[in-house]
Design a protein around this ligand. Structure first.
Ligand code: TYD
Ligand code: ZN
Length: 407
């Protein structure tokens, strides 16, 4: 019997995605036969409302010296995190010697703004390569997994934190209780924790099944975040929603009864209740819709291929690994995928898909009839950048929330 990672009660599996490779493990040709696969099964815990994967690969297999996701590949993301830093800097202006900690600091996309203002800070990331990029930008960085032990070491060396930022990271970690306990030890009594992750409400609304993969072993909601932080006497006092990654929620968390709970939190609670976020039947409906999307996308590509159309892809996000492997789409259907991450160019998409990734600067010169936008969450930025494609009669295929062709 499997147990929930948040509350440790038995958990119910509601959907199986089949064998999956690690989403961010873009590979070279010589590694095709040496890939790691796991059974991707989604479960929902009714006791604490946490959506999670039942089994996941060991952390070291996912977060290591070759981590492929670089946050700074998107200008929108740079702007997004610089806006958050402005807000934080403004709120800290009356604090004496403030200390900002980021857990999961990636390539320093957020902390570089804090470092530039000469504010005490520390970035922690489990993947060595991204940590090195941060360091090269002058950011104080620690290559480690964050847990209670790491928290103790940080407190001993630097003292407690005024702000702990942990964005797109809470879903990466199996021992999530250790992380939240560590955060509560590291946080000053009046401090704030800011987390931001893809929202379960939006995933359900958008049928965004491609948010699910081992590195996203949880899809958080206000209900589940409140349960988890509540275990350590903390609570969500404010919430902001944005459209990034297909819809994220940013939670502002403090120790119990320190901050006034905003109306936005109450409203969000009601919306989650209306969506029946705590009912297993909601997830069965989701599964049925996702299975239809799978059939539709695969048959559309087969149909186009039969008509000798050239199909390529744009963006090789981790999300594309779920779409390609779950829908059984491979190099025979999609010729290549264009992406601007140096960690992915000239490698292949993992699992059975094995599609070559090429530098997105070649997209304009490569002839194709249809392009699947795997990075659908960056649609505005990419379609603006590649506006000639439609003029040259190219067509975009958008895989979620419903299959759409843009002509
Ligand atoms: P993203 O959706 O940010 O992340 P995840 O891996 O968590 O699903 O990934 C977007 C991918 O698209 C990333 O590999 C970079 C790529 N990309 C481009 O190639 N060109 C662009 O203009 C943008 C915005 C992204
Ligand atoms: Zn639970």
């Amino acid at each position: 019997m499997s147990r929930c990672r948040v509350c440790f009660k038995p958990i119910k599996k509601f959907m199986s995605f089949g064998k999956m490779p690690i989403a961010n493990s873009f590979i070279k040709k010589d590694k095709f036969k040496k890939q790691y696969f796991y059974d991707m099964e989604a479960g929902f815990c009714k006791s604490c409302s946490t959506f999670q994967l039942i089994k996941v690969p060991k952390a070291k297999l996912m977060f290591n010296e070759k981590y492929a996701y670089l946050a700074s590949t998107s200008n929108f993301m740079k702007k997004h995190w610089s806006n958050l830093s402005k807000k934080i800097i403004n709120n800290l202006k009356n604090n004496k010697n403030p200390f900002v900690v980021e857990i999961g600091s990636n390539d320093g996309i957020f902390l570089e703004n804090i470092a530039k203002k000469k504010i005490n800070h520390l970035g922690i990331d489990a993947s060595k390569n991204v940590c090195e990029i941060s360091k090269s930008k002058g950011i104080n960085s620690l290559n480690a997994f964050f847990n209670e032990k790491t928290a103790r070491k940080i407190v001993a060396k630097y003292g407690k934190a005024d702000v702990i930022v942990c964005t797109n990271t809470m879903h990466h970690i199996e021992d999530i209780n250790g992380v939240v306990k560590g955060m509560s030890d590291l946080l000053k009594d009046k401090g704030t924790i800011i987390t931001e992750d893809p929202s379960l409400k939006e995933m359900l609304n958008k049928n965004a099944y491609d948010q699910i993969y081992a590195e996203h072993m949880y899809i958080w909601s206000l209900s589940s975040i409140n349960f988890l932080f509540g275990k350590y006497k903390m609570e969500v006092y404010d919430i902001e929603n944005n459209k990034l990654h297909g819809g994220c929620s940013r939670y502002f968390i403090a120790k119990n009864n320190v901050k006034k709970i905003t109306k936005k939190v109450q409203v969000h609670k009601i919306l989650e209740k209306k969506l029946k976020i705590n009912k297993l039947s909601t997830y069965i409906n989701f599964k049925n819709k996702v299975n239809s999307l799978k059939k539709e996308l695969k048959s559309k590509l087969i149909q186009l291929k039969k008509r000798n159309k050239i199909i390529v892809g744009y963006g090789a996000p981790a999300k594309s690994t779920t779409i390609l492997n779950f829908c059984n789409i491979d190099y025979k259907l999609i010729d290549k995928i264009f992406d601007n991450s140096n960690t992915k160019i000239n490698k292949y998409t993992p699992g059975k898909s094995l599609i070559k990734i090429e530098n997105s600067d070649k997209f304009k010169k490569t002839k194709s009839d249809y392009c699947v936008l795997f990075a659908w969450n960056h649609q505005k930025e990419i379609l603006a950048k590649e506006k000639n494609y439609l003029e040259k009669n190219g067509k975009w295929i958008i895989p979620v929330p419903s299959l759409k062709v843009i002509k």
